[in-house]
Structures are given as C-alpha cells and as structure tokens.
Design a protein around this ligand. Structure first.
Ligand code: MIG
Length: 638
C-alpha cells in the first residue's frame, strides 16, 4: 500500500513510474513540522527494537540508526564513518519493528536523514526545499515493503551475460600495448577475465567520444583483436565536455544551447580533467537524445560497455572560484602574525572543488524554465546514464550494453548499474562494501560492485584476495586502482595460484549468479539480503551485518580483517558449510544452528547452503564465452 503526498510544485524525477493517486489523509507514522522559512521536517520516535534499513549508497552499516546522512551527490574519495554523503542519493528507508513502514522522499535537492544522531530515539527527515513528493509504504514486513517500492520504481537494468565475467581496470592503461600486456598476463597465468577498462587517458585530451590515435591507433581493429581473445574493452565517459574550437561535441552543444547555464544565460564553465568544460543539460530530453547518440561512435568501433564518471557533476574549480582565491591572495596581509589567517588561506586556495556556491550558480532549462542546479543536483548523473541507455535502446535495440555510473538517484536503476566510486585499499572498506550491497539492492541497484582491492592507497596481496573472495559474489566484479598506487592486478604479487582459484570459482558460479540476478531484476527481489529478512524471529540474526544472504539459497560470511585465520559465523538454522579452496570443494559438512569458528585461508571461500536448497556449478573457463553452462553439478544441502 503506497500513499503519496505532494508538497509545493516538485520537479518530476521519474523515479516512480507507476501512477499513484494522491492520498487524502494525513501522513501516517510521522509528525510534520514546518519552520519559519517553510522548511518541513517529518519525524517519529524510534523504539529500541526498530531497525532502519535503506539509503542505498551511504556510509556505515545495514542498520542506519545512530547517525545523520545527507543526500547530496558528492565526489569525495574518503568514505570514512563521519561522512554524510557519497556519490548517490537513494532517499528510501524502511523502519522495521513492531510496526514497519517505508519512506521515500522524492526530491532532486538535498535531503537530510537524522536517524537518531541529534536525539537517539528520533528519526527526522528534512528536505532542503519546499517542493518534493513523499511516499509512505505500508506492508507486512520490511521485505514486503521493499518489494512494493521496487515495483513502483520499475524493473532494474539487466547487464549482459559477459559482464558477469571478471574485469580489470586501472587508472590508466595508457596505450594499446599496455592493455595487450594485461590480457597477456591474465591469459598466460590462466586467470579468467572478460573485460579491460579504458580510463580517461584513452581519449584525445580528455575529450569525450574521441580516441587518442597515438596511444590507441586503429582503434576498431584493436577492439576486434581483443574480442578475438574474448576481451571486452570498456571506455569511460566523463560528464564535462571540453571547451575547444573545432571539437564537434563542444561546437554542436554550444550552437544548440545544450549546456547548463549561468544565471545570465551564458554557458556555465567548470574545470575538470579536460580543463575548462561545459556540462550538458541532461535534465532536458532533447539534450539526452543528443548526448546519448554520441556513444554511437564507440558502438561503431565495436564497444559494448561504458562507465559514466564525474557526473555528480564533479568540479575541480570554476573561473569564479579561482578569481576569488586570487583576489584573496592579492589582499592577503603578509605581515600579519595570525595562525588562523594561515589556515584560512589554505582553505581559500585548497577548497575550490565541488563548492556549493558553484552548484548554486549553475542553471538547467526544464520545460522552458530556468531551474537552479541545487534543486536537481541529485538527478544529474541519473540523467546522464539515462541519456546513454535510451540511445542504446534506439541504436542497438537487440543488444544488451554494459552501463554503469558513479553518481545516481533512484530511477537510474532502470538504465544502468553503479560502482561505489573511489574507495581506499582499507580493510574497513571491504566491510563497507559488504554492508552496502543489501542497501543498494533495496533501492533497485542490482548490477553493482566496489573497486576490488581498493582504488586509492596501496593495496596488499591479502587485501586483494579477501576482497576478491567477497567480490566474486557481486554482479560487477572489477579490480580497479588509482594512478600512482601499487599495481594490484591478479598477477602483480608474484604468485598467481590463489588469485586463479578465486576468479575461477566466480566462473563456476556464473550460471547460478546470473540466473538469480535476472530473477531479482524481473521479480523485484534483492540479490543480497540481511539475515533479518529470512529470520525475523531470531534476535541474533537480525543484528548481524557481516554475513549476507545471497538470493534464497546461500549465506555468505566473508573474512574482512587482516591476518585473520578465519572468523566466527552465526548460523540461524542448520546449514551445509561448504569450503572452496580456489574453485574446488575441500570441505562439506552440516553444521548446527549457532556460533561456529571457521578457518578460512586466503585462497578459500566459505558458503553455507540453506536447508532444501541447491546451487549449480559449472566448470571454470577463461572467459564467459567459453563457459559450458549446460554441464553443471549441484551443491546441495542434503
Ligand atoms: O578524478 O578517471 O571514480 O574510478 O579512475 C578522478 C579517473 C576521476 C574517478 C573515478 C575513478 C577513475 C578516475 N576518476
């Protein structure tokens, strides 16, 4: 049962695609307060036993209680506990307790969720603007509420089969030869792989939809050469379009007025990788059509997958910001002997990226009207990805194209997947990855994953192995690392056997994972669920966050601490414990309900099969193309 309440005159987000009539009654469960400026807060008292699920891509745990979150898509590579925003805004939560209800705040502007931060038993939700839609979802339990919500937001994007293969990324593989070398290493060491990514340096001067002829000569032939080895190349596309005379995308976008504007109607300018850029106005359907069709150049070269980046949109600086900083420096009193001034100076010069002031100075044209970016900030990456997906539908209707985005909003889940952005090679981020998966699934994002091994900072062999041992269950299984960090490809640490084993296990699981993934997309299910959804009566299970249910058949319990020889696992019922060493089963026994310590080596993966369940396994292969999905053996509880 969904109840819809409209406040002010909201800009349609198209997150919800089912027609829902306006509710005539008062908002249930929540107390509504309006402050002097007309800002509204919806609040309720949380009971001790209530768990609050949701918020998709957000810091902290599965249970969101005890902190404050701000939906405001942010390019921030330090996903530490005190952060309130990451790259996506997914304003859906479920309060689950004696009574359960779901809340979706459909609003492109910032929304604050204070979930027992200011007052420990108080939930308070405050949209930053007066125009938004509020949905209250009632149901039997949390999962029922989630499935109803998923139904009204529409079916999740379905990725191609090959996109379940292992994928390798790095910022950057600079030349075709570097890419060839990556593939050679994987093939030589017989570590399965299906895709290699092209980060920003494949482009000519970071210009979208161009390919550097110097570094990637005869691109089309190169794409074909890779395909002959069962490798898909996946290029990045950034949101900003380089300002450069003679560059067709820039020229055309400018001539047609397709870029975001300043208040005075001139094209808004921000510095990103290409230098000074314009941002396409993705909120305008005509601009979406135009930008989406630019992908055709790469489709024609044989490309079948893309990742959309920098679409919060990230801004390194603006002309206005630099002018202010320069002005400040000119007027700086060098004779002053005040440390506070010194810190202020650092802030003025170092704080030029992603300023709220700059977002507020950017304008969109929606239905002929000028709308400040602050009102629709969280919809930008969503609509960039929608632009691409809608163009693929028109250009290659019979083909599934891999597509995922960094920034997102609910609604984008119909058009693409997401990756969780710039994490770090920290053990805590492996745990964050585990905890985030069910929250993302709740909000419709099923094709997702984190940068395995960690993006920023230097990784270590054991961290990459443990992360792969979890990542082999996630739809997007991609190892990615940043410029200047230690290489972390599966062959980068000397020995390769453990890596080969883990990636091979992924390939053995692909028929099962893809089947369950499609089912979850089509039936509005979650692929990863908290234990609480299957064992609501079990108090211990309800508060476990480092074990997950995978579909209805398996429980997984990844190891996420350095130097651990294993971990404690809680079984809410009798299950079959199967231990894989690489791709092979080395242990299989039934374990009774309760706590168990299990030993798990760096090359091992434990899974727990639930009563009455079984999963198919095929033989490993070097690529998804070569998988024999018809010949399977079953692992079953019995
Ligand atoms: O400012 O393209 O999250 O995956 O490697 C950094 C370079 C821009 C951020 C992405 C990351 C990518 C990187 N990009």
């Amino acid at each position: 049962m969904l109840k819809k309440f409209v406040y002010g005159q909201p800009i349609p987000t198209e997150a919800v695609i089912e027609d829902i009539s306006l509710s005539q009654e008062a908002v249930p469960y929540l107390t509504v307060q309006t402050d002097k400026e007309g800002k509204m807060t919806f609040s309720s008292t949380l009971n001790d036993e209530d768990i609050v699920y949701g918020l998709g891509e957000a810091p902290r745990g599965i249970n969101k209680r005890g902190h404050i979150y701000e939906s405001f898509n942010s390019d921030d590579p330090y996903h530490t506990e005190e952060k309130r925003s990451l790259y996506g805004s997914h304003n859906f939560i479920v309060v689950s307790g004696k009574t359960s209800y779901g809340i979706f705040v459909d609003c492109g502007a910032q929304v604050t969720f204070d979930i027992g931060y200011t007052v420990y038993d108080r939930l308070a939700i405050t949209p930053s603007v007066k125009d938004f839609v509020l949905y209250i979802i009632e149901g039997d339990n949390a999962y029922d509420i989630i499935r109803q919500f998923r139904r009204v937001i529409g079916q999740s994007y379905i990725a191609p089969f090959w996109a379940f293969g292992f994928q390798q990324c790095r910022w950057s593989y600079y030349t075709a030869d570097e890419v060839r070398e990556v593939v050679r290493q994987y093939r030589e060491h017989q570590i399965p792989i299906d895709a290699v990514y092209l980060d920003i340096d494949y482009m000519e001067a970071y210009k979208d939809f161009t390919v550097s002829e110097e570094r990637f000569p005869h691109f089309k032939a190169f794409v074909e050469e890779m395909k002959a080895q069962h490798i898909h190349l996946v290029p990045i596309i950034d949101a900003g379009v380089k300002i450069e005379d003679g560059y067709d995308v820039y020229e055309e976008g400018k001539a047609k007025g397709y870029f975001c504007k300043r208040k005075d109607g001139t094209d808004f300018v921000a510095g990103v990788w290409p230098g000074r850029t314009h941002f396409p106005d993705f909120l305008n359907p005509e601009v979406r059509r135009w930008f989406g069709h630019q992908y055709q150049t790469l489709l024609e070269a044989g490309i079948e997958g893309f990742w959309n980046d920098m679409n919060e949109p990230a801004m390194f600086y603006t002309d206005e910001g630099i002018a202010e900083a320069v002005d400040y420096l000119k007027n700086f009193d060098f004779s002053c002997n005040d440390s506070n001034k010194f810190f202020e100076l650092g802030g003025r010069v170092g704080g030029l990226a992603n300023r709220r002031k700059d977002y507020a100075a950017m304008y969109h044209t929606i239905n002929g009207e000028s709308v400040c970016h602050e009102q629709v900030h969280n919809l930008y990456g969503y609509n960039m990805t929608r632009a691409a997906a809608e163009a693929f539908q028109a250009l290659v209707p019979d083909k599934r194209i891999l597509l995922f985005s960094r920034s997102s909003y609910i609604g984008m889940h119909r058009y693409g997947g997401l990756w969780t952005g710039d994490n770090q090679s920290w053990w805590s981020h492996l745990l964050l990855n585990i905890k985030m998966m069910p929250s993302l699934n709740m909000c419709g994002f099923l094709y997702c994953g984190a940068d395995l091994g960690g993006f920023g900072a230097n990784s270590t062999r054991d961290l990459v192995l443990r992360w792969l041992a979890f990542g082999l269950f996630t739809p997007l299984m991609r190892n990615h690392s940043a410029l200047g960090t230690r290489h972390q490809e599966c062959y980068a640490f000397g020995d390769t056997e453990a890596f080969r084993g883990l990636v091979s296990l992924r390939y053995r699981l692909i028929p099962y994972l893809y089947r369950e993934y499609i089912k979850a997309c089509e039936q509005n299910e979650m692929l990863f669920k908290p234990l609480a959804f299957a064992y609501p009566q079990d108090k211990i299970a309800c508060h476990i966050e480092d074990q997950l249910l995978l579909s209805d058949d398996l429980m997984i319990a990844p190891v996420y601490e350095q130097n651990a020889i294993g971990r404690t696992v809680y079984l809410p019922e009798e299950m079959r414990f199967v231990l894989f060493k690489g791709a092979e089963v080395v242990r299989s026994e039934r374990l009774p309900k309760g706590h168990h310590f299990i030993t798990v080596g760096l090359d091992e993966v434990p899974v727990f099969i639930r009563p009455g369940r079984q999963i198919p396994l095929c033989e490993p292969s070097e690529s998804v193309d070569q998988l024999d999905t018809d010949t399977v053996t079953y692992l079953s509880f019995d």
